[in-house]
Design a protein around this ligand. Structure first.
Ligand code: F6R
Length: 614
């Protein structure tokens, strides 16, 4: 949700900022802009649309590309104000001395705006962000506060979330950044500083990183930096971390789309999730070890998350209840944070998040912490806010996920939840050692099966292309595969803009069946388990209404062959792992439909990867 990149050093900032913005574009792509300090003035270039437009503007003769060693930049996902030129960041104050980029929402912007209007300050945009830069400018131009004090004074008056970087023409060697709710990282190199919303724009330049915590600010002046508290002028000791990510992990490699690459990475990413954790006859989740006694004795578990991660939560519920027999409630984080949740000190709250920055999930976890519940994070991004505020956690180890539609992170989350459920079950002796050993064996076999599913992609592509003109889709599954139906439908909607609904297969006759006609195909997920024959009846019900049927199964039968218009037969696995293979088919199916329709798969309209606003 908006990406920020800033640079201060000894090189021209433009190529560094543009390259960084491209890497952060998954966070928002409505407009982009750069401000740099040049020849005692602030030079701002911005464009509506993607970073490509900004780059072209900077490269054209009309806009001079000023050599400047200090600059800030932004790629926007619009919240307040249309995604046009005037609302694009960076914004500048009335005195034209101060410029700022912002990720987040200033909730009390209306009252601050009224105050500033009464002081004869005129606004140029419809954004909440402009209020913040004007407020900093207002304090600074009164002449009583220093630049740093003015930023601090303004931040103390705003409610809401922010990650900001600010420049002031009077202090061409200074850069100030601060965070509350929206992430920021500082990259350090001899004589150079990089600030960004995440590490992806930085790791090309340095591996030395400082993650900013809530309520902290960075003050860079000449060759020095200090991390301080926003509330007090107090220098905080901070650890410099060395990150272990290769730049290749952030490139598309031989693929045209990040999403396609990330789907194909799943045999490796799932192996990474299991490796060192699924041992021969035990499961080791070292991130939870210190708290395992409490986890084992919990009488209830809440899982909270958003979107795809919430779908993983639904599967987690079924796995934990099945194996460990502990009741699990799954709630959307945006609901959890306002519902009367019955959590207490004996409740475990698991927050699932790829990015670890989703505002609603963060708020839900904070609510759980407030009542003393033990919080567990299942995150992909190390160093992210959720991974740091939870008491303990397990990383999904999927590597950077850049495609806006989540793929490898989802199967990583399911894999972690599977390990968690088995470990809990074995600790509580609700499964035997033999059963544990068999499950662990199946997990490693799964990796081979994933490879063979990925090799079926030409078949999946042919089927997908056939249905690209469909008016809508139903996705149906039962039990563990109902959340997979929801996830398949979500993938299709978000990247191809075709409406799709996921339902429990038997629920279809209570309403959705009314939608069925020859233009509304149904995707059935049909594992060979005790629901197999029941689902065959559901398929008959669709067929008799002239609906087209696409079946994903691990058990081919004559009946299934005759009932389906298209049949995808997967390798045999246990029914808990079948759902991962079915997911991969649905990811590829959505991907190929979207590509066939000419959609921008990696950057679907209106979406952003990390939703850091409520
Ligand atoms: C869908 C998708 C979103 C995210 C959701 C939560 O493909 O990516 O629905 O799953 O925004 O994001 P995280 O997992 O980062 O908390």
């Amino acid at each position: 949700m908006c990406g920020i990149v800033a640079y201060k050093g000894n090189k021209d900032c433009h190529p560094i900022l543009l390259d960084g913005l491209k890497r952060l574009e998954y966070r928002g792509y409505d407009s982009a802009g750069i401000a740099c300090l040049f020849d005692s003035k602030i030079s701002i270039t911005k464009r509506a649309g993607k970073v490509k437009e900004l780059q072209e503007a900077i490269n054209t003769k009309k806009i001079s590309k000023d050599f400047s060693t200090i600059g800030i930049s932004h790629t926007r996902w619009a919240t307040h104000g249309e995604p046009n030129h005037k609302n694009a960041h960076p914004h500048i104050d009335q005195s034209k001395k101060i410029t700022l980029v912002h990720n987040g929402i200033i909730e009390n912007y209306n009252s601050i705006k009224k105050f500033l209007l009464s002081k004869k300050i005129q606004f140029k945009s419809d954004t909440d962000t402009e209020v913040l830069v004007q407020l900093i400018g207002y304090f600074y131009n009164q002449g009583k506060l220093s630049f740093e004090e003015s930023v601090r004074a303004a931040l103390q008056r705003v409610d809401g979330a922010y990650g900001i970087v600010v420049l002031n023409i009077d202090f061409p060697e200074m850069m100030i950044a601060a965070r509350k709710g929206s992430p920021l990282v500082l990259g350090l190199k001899q004589g150079e500083f990089f600030i960004a919303s995440d590490i992806s724009p930085i790791i090309k330049h340095t591996k030395k990183i400082i993650y900013l915590n809530e309520g902290e600010m960075i003050v860079i002046n000449k060759e020095k930096y200090e991390i301080k508290s926003v509330n007090k002028n107090l220098v905080l000791p901070k650890k410099i971390e060395t990150i272990d990510i290769k730049i290749d992990d952030l490139e598309k490699g031989n693929f045209d789309y990040f999403m396609h690459k990330e789907i194909h990475e799943q045999s490796d990413t799932i192996l990474n999730t299991f490796r060192g954790r699924a041992l021969k006859d035990d499961i080791l989740l070292s991130g939870l070890s210190d708290y395992w006694k409490d986890i084992k004795n919990a009488d209830r578990i809440y899982i909270t998350a958003c979107g795809t991660s919430w779908h993983a939560g639904l599967i987690g519920k079924k796995l934990i209840e099945k194996f460990a027999r502990v009741p699990v409630h799954v709630e959307y984080a945006s609901e959890f944070r306002y519902n009367t949740s019955l959590i207490n000190k004996k409740t475990i709250v698991i927050g699932i998040s790829q990015s670890g920055e989703t505002a609603d999930t963060l708020a839900a976890i904070n609510k759980a912490k407030d009542v003393g519940a033990l919080t567990i994070g299942i995150c992909n991004v190390a160093g992210s806010s959720i991974s740091r505020i939870t008491d303990c956690g397990v990383f999904t180890r999927c590597g950077h996920e850049i495609g806006v539609a989540s793929t490898k992170a989802f199967t990583g989350q399911i894999s972690v939840l599977y390990l968690f459920a088995l470990k809990l079950a074995y600790s509580k002796r609700t499964i035997s050692k033999l059963s544990l050993v068999n499950h662990i064996k199946d997990e490693y076999d799964l990796v081979k099966r994933i490879k063979s599913v990925l090799m079926m992609e030409d078949t999946i592509k042919k089927i997908a292309v056939k249905y690209k003109e469909a008016s809508g889709f139903l996705y149906l599954g039962r039990g563990l595969n109902f959340p997979i139906a929801l996830e398949g439908a979500l993938k299709l909607k978000e990247i191809s803009y075709i409406h799709a609904e996921g339902y429990p297969a038997a629920e279809m006759k209570h309403g959705p069946i009314a939608l069925i006609d020859k233009n509304m195909p149904t995707v059935f997920i049909v594992p060979k388990d005790r629901t197999y024959h029941k689902i065959l009846s559901n398929i008959e019900e669709i067929k008799s209404r002239k609906g087209k049927v696409i079946v994903i199964t691990n058990h081919k039968s004559k009946t299934l062959e005759s009932l389906s218009d298209d049949l995808i037969v997967l390798p045999k696995t246990n029914s808990y792992l079948f759902l991962i293979l079915a997911t991969i088919v649905l990811q590829l199916f959505a991907f190929f439909i979207a590509v066939a329709k000419g959609c921008d798969v990696d950057q679907p309209r209106n979406l952003a990867k990390s939703v850091t606003v409520e």
